[in-house]
Design a protein around this ligand. Structure first.
Ligand SMILES: Cc1ncc(COP(=O)(O)O)c(C=O)c1O
Length: 357
């Protein structure tokens, strides 16, 4: 028998969605974009293929420059990752160790528990409030001299809710400077409470802040794995790079991300299409007697009352629709998280749900 490290016994297994190997399903389980890559992005990927005999640019310089122009953050304060998950895990490695504490809300993104388990730090989880939103005052009360990292997922996965950036600003004003705060903004473009650029102003005032973003959601490039962190100080990207292997972001991902950034009009159009679907799907859910949370993301979240979550999911799956069950994502009661897809996929989901209920 192999003997694995203590870490391996502690680290939870990521609750991966199934169904990827089955054709013809409406894939509404992983909060992906239903839109394929833009033609110009495909061309950029094609053009980069010829140089695959070379290692990718290890400093991701073109991508960091373009991000710097787009977000007006110096390139030296931008970290790139093999998906934003890579940056989260690197932050855990760079900041946490036994004796340190990590504070985050729960239920929230299912990768967060990994950070404490991998490092041996203590995880302090703070329940969401009655609207399934982050309870920032309660999180503030949990910060101690030992707190090295706080994670704020805004909008929150899996509950789809967001808190206003003004509330995050008030929170940050109270966080001590030795504590790093990552605001995980994977879904910020879909948030209509605030413009996606509003949080950028906070970086100038808080050297301990990281705004974590990704090309996986609105940019529709999750298959390539590329994310980025806009940081309040240069020491943060330096530490994030120190703990990772060189060449963590592949050449096609870098080329695609650079091109995708140049098409902000397409981002806006995708947001409009998603929010349009959000309004109509949530309306139909309410007509079915369900109460979806107030979504600011590209997915909805609702509780199933007394119904059996596994049975509902199986019924949807039989009808060709793949969704996520809330219990795998930290919900104490039966719930579903469903990505807004194309109009025809959403119609298939809603018709199937009506039959199953
Ligand atoms: C809140 C949140 N953060 C980060 C990620 C990671 O995205 P990626 O690693 O694809 O950038 C996800 C993906 O679902 C997410 O929901």
């Amino acid at each position: 028998m192999l003997e694995f490290s203590e870490r391996i016994r502690r680290i939870p297994v990521y609750p991966a969605a199934g169904g990827y190997a089955t054709d013809g399903l409406a894939l509404l389980a992983s909060n992906e974009a239903p839109f394929g890559p833009l033609p110009a992005v495909r061309e950029a990927i094609d053009a980069a293929i010829g140089a695959l005999n070379r290692y990718p640019d290890p400093s991701n310089s073109r991508l960091r420059e373009r991000l710097s122009e787009r977000y007006e953050v110096p390139a030296a304060r931008i970290a790139i990752g093999n998906g934003s998950c890579d940056i989260l895990l690197a932050a855990g490695e760079a900041l946490l160790e036994p004796g340190a504490e990590l504070v985050y809300a729960w239920p929230s993104f299912s990768v967060y528990p990994h950070l404490a388990a991998a490092s041996g730090a203590r995880a302090v989880t703070v329940p969401l409030d009655e609207n399934e939103c982050h309870d920032l005052p309660a999180m503030l009360r949990e910060i101690t001299v030992a707190t090295r990292l706080v994670l704020v997922c805004n909008p929150n996965n899996p509950t789809s809710t967001a808190v206003p950036i003004s509330a995050i600003a008030e929170f940050l004003a109270e966080v001590p400077p030795h504590t790093c705060v990552i605001v995980d903004e994977a879904y910020c473009e879909f948030n209509t409470l605030d413009d996606a650029d509003t949080s950028l102003d906070l970086l100038a005032q808080h050297p301990n802040l990281i705004l974590l973003r990704t090309f996986s959601k609105v940019y529709g490039l999750c298959g390539l794995r590329v994310g980025f962190a806009l940081c309040g100080s240069e020491e943060l990207p330096r530490a994030l790079d120190q703990v990772r292997q060189p060449f963590f972001c592949n050449a096609l991902a870098q080329a695609a991300a650079v091109e995708a950034l140049a098409h902000q009009d397409a981002v806006e159009e995708r947001v409009i299409r998603t929010v349009t679907e959000r309004i109509s799907v949530d309306e139909r859910l309410r007509a079915l007697g369900l109460q979806p949370a107030e979504s600011q993301a590209n997915f909805c979240w609702f509780h199933l009352g007394e119904r059996d979550e596994q049975q509902v999911m199986a019924g949807l799956r039989e009808r060709g629709v793949l969704v996520r069950g809330g219990s795998a994502l930290g919900s104490a009661t039966p719930a579903l998280r469903v990505t807004y897809g194309l109009p025809e996929e959403n119609a298939r989901f809603l018709d199937a749900l009506e039959q199953v209920l």
